[in-house]
Design a protein around this ligand. Sequence first.
Ligand code: P6P
Length: 342
Amino acid sequence: SFTEQVDTNIITLTRFLTEEQVKHKEATGDFTLLCHALQFAFKSIAYYIRRATLVNLTGLAGSANTTGDEQKKLDVISNELFIEAMRSSGRVALLVSEEEENVIFFKQGPHARYAVACDPIDGSSNLDAGVSVGTIFGIHKLAEGSRGVKEDILKPGTELVAAGFTMYGASAQLVITMKGGSVNGFTLDNGLGEFILTHPNMRIPRKRAIYSVNEGNSLYWEDHVKAYFESLKQAQPDNGKPYSARYIGSMVADAYRTLLYGGIFAYPADKKSPKGKLRILYECAPMAMVFENAGGQAVDSNMRRMLEVVPQDIHDKSGIFLGSYDEVEKVKEFYKKKDELK
Ligand code: P6P
């Protein structure tokens, strides 16, 4: 019959968040409301990106952001959208955005118990080329009694209450994980305007012969990093084949592929970027939480667990190796030999 054919077990993000909330008796609903504001922001950004080329939003806005890159109109719109969505939720005391030099403090009431870090449009330099870009976010809870100060967000990723990203590709894909929880993927149904659970309990393959790094930086890499990537290009003992290379240059797209297929993504600290390029609060730590909760690993250039790295300031950067459990173990093997490999 018809009902047997139709998959009626459609779980929307809204239903998923409510089911999560009722699992925690002490839940006030504040976190759920914050997540509704997040999903509103993602839907709105997805809308603008889908129309970007049509309404010529991809030109330069003429202003430059704190990190000096030329700001594209979509960066500006997405950043403002995200800020307003967080402010109007009434649950966010402070926000760190890649596009804002300083912390944004919202004048809020007692319900504002969260600090949010975000990169509203990560990979925006690829926008004009139609490459998938994304929003990356991390959510911290304020310390007891705090009204919201910078220190509330300068914490290790182990204290994140939730993190994830939305990739704006053929359809918008949201990946979200909560502290100690699983990783769940949702696909935006543009017709309904609903995120539908399409990838429940995502688990990254334990290993996969795919590496994702900007080889154009190899001149600046440390010797053990060069030796590691060279080793991937040799015939591997298990099947006699070298690894495949896949690099998009948009972290959300490279991370999403690595999460689905397995492999290793890396942006090592090097002579050109001694502290690395990717930012801890809104690129490295949220991705590290997603990958760990999916059974993978994330370490910095000194092989420290990324989630234990504590940023000193809001735009601090780090080297990062992110991916399948066994693939990160291989990096550690080369790191151990670093003094021999000089
Ligand atoms: P490169 C995009 O600008 C970004 O911040 C990340 O999304 C991406 O992984 C990285 O930089 C790409 O950097 O130096 O390889 O162009």
